[in-house]
Design a binder for this molecule. Structure first.
Ligand code: PLP
Length: 401
């Protein structure tokens, strides 16, 4: 039987045996590891020993189990887990780029990423061009001899634009540039490495963990890149040291095994919310709606059974109305007024005033991020129709519908 690529099946097919036969790999609660002889310690330090562990900032067995599962999901040779999504992003960028290099990035990215690219990298004289990533010509126009990296999010935060990863990969390859994709909004749904991305990064804080009980990140790529990142002499992940605690990585690994089920429910709930809000005549951004500008593109590149994702953006036209709406939604129990996403309950926030507040207001307006935009991370509600009915009641009380 010819099987199509399925990230969930790739995880399911992995057998990770614990030393004592536990179905969950044991948590290795050690920062350092013993050796029977000093020569093996030296060899391990030099990276010459397969399966030996030295020190947990370098590798830890629990972190390795999670990293292996992520590499399986992404179909990359290797992966590395970090203490936050931001450290996954910053370590990867700092590993690739040196003083004098140039980066092309989507102007719409998570606010922290934007701030790093805009405000932090200049101190290393790394130049960054911010483009509309859906306009491939604008990407090509910005390429310079010193361009090292094209950076984007599969589905951008918070405007929910879809990046054409295959075309960006062709552009990058043609010019010897690395393509790095943040797939935080769309695990399982989109497999960026299969579409040609060289490096895939995640904030595992979001859908992958799904519990909002920790902050974590991941980098998926070639074995060569992960080895470079973790090199004891000049690897950014090793030297900047954003280590994920093994206790956390063990918990995330267990949650990863239910990610496919959760993504389907997030997506089908979000589709219903977006469709019903649209029926009310509201301005809704959702990649699953046929009139979303990249709906057809997403249809051509996603792993269909996981749907169009759990993120919906609703335009309330003013921050005052947006605030009032969110206050009422929380009172009605629709979910929480909170940043972050991928949680089992619905979360909502006003992006321009929170997770994208690092982006200057004039640039927010230029990119189409209005002050009334409410970003929803739709939860796993068993009866999403009830939640939609409550949303409608709030909108009626506000005379929006
Ligand atoms: N990437 C995206 C798309 C995000 O939304 C976030 C956080 O909101 C991050 C990266 C940063 O991740 P973390 O908060 O885990 O550092």
């Amino acid at each position: 039987m010819k099987e199509t690529f399925d990230p969930a099946t790739r995880i399911q097919d992995m057998l990770q045996f614990d030393e004592y036969g536990g179905v969950n790999p044991a948590i290795t609660d050690s920062s350092t590891f013993t050796f029977l002889d000093p020569e093996t310690m030296t060899e391990t330090f030099l990276g010459h020993t397969e399966g030996c562990f030295l020190y947990s900032r370098h590798w830890n067995p629990s972190n390795k189990c999670l990293a292996d599962a992520l590499a399986a999901m992404e179909n990359t040779e290797s992966a590395w887990v970090t203490a936050s999504g931001m450290s996954a992003i910053t370590c990867s960028i700092l590993q690739i780029c040196s003083t004098g290099d140039h980066i092309i990035t989507s102007v719409t990215t998570y606010g922290g990423t934007f701030a790093f690219l805009k405000n932090y990298l200049p101190k290393f004289q790394i130049d960054v061009s911010f483009v509309d990533i859906t306009d491939l010509d604008s990407v090509v126009k910005e390429i310079r001899p010193n361009t090292k990296l094209i950076y984007t999010e599969s589905i951008t935060n918070p405007l929910l634009q879809v990046s054409d990863i295959s075309s960006l990969s062709s552009i990058a390859r043609k010019h010897g540039i690395i393509l790095m994709v943040d797939n935080t909004f769309s695990p399982m749904m989109i497999s960026p490495a299969r579409l040609g991305a060289d490096i895939v990064v995640y904030s595992m804080t979001k859908f992958i963990n799904g519990k909002n009980d920790c902050v974590a990140g991941a980098i998926c790529g070639t074995e060569e890149f992960i080895n470079i990142l973790s090199n004891v002499n000049d690897g950014t992940a090793m030297l900047l040291g954003p280590v994920l605690d093994p206790l956390r990585s063990s918990a995330i690994l267990k949650n990863l095994h239910t990610l496919h089920v959760r993504m389907k429910q997030h997506s089908s709930n979000a589709m219903l919310v977006a469709t019903e809000l649209r029926k009310l005549g509201l301005t809704v951004r959702y990649p699953g709606l046929p009139d979303h500008p990249q709906h057809d593109l997403l249809n051509s590149m996603f792993n269909k059974e996981y749907g169009y994702g759990g993120m919906v953006a609703l335009e309330m036209n003013s921050s005052g109305l947006a605030n009032e709406f969110m206050r009422m939604l929380q009172m009605e129990g629709v979910g929480y007024l909170a940043v972050s996403l991928g949680y089992f309950k619905t979360l909502f926030s006003n992006s321009g005033k929170s997770t994208s507040s690092e982006v200057p207001q004039d640039l927010q307006r230029k990119m189409g991020l209005n002050e009334g935009l409410v970003r929803f991370s739709i939860g796993l509600d068993n009866h999403i129709e009830r939640s939609v009915a409550k949303m409608k009641e709030c909108l009626e009380k506000l005379h929006v519908i």
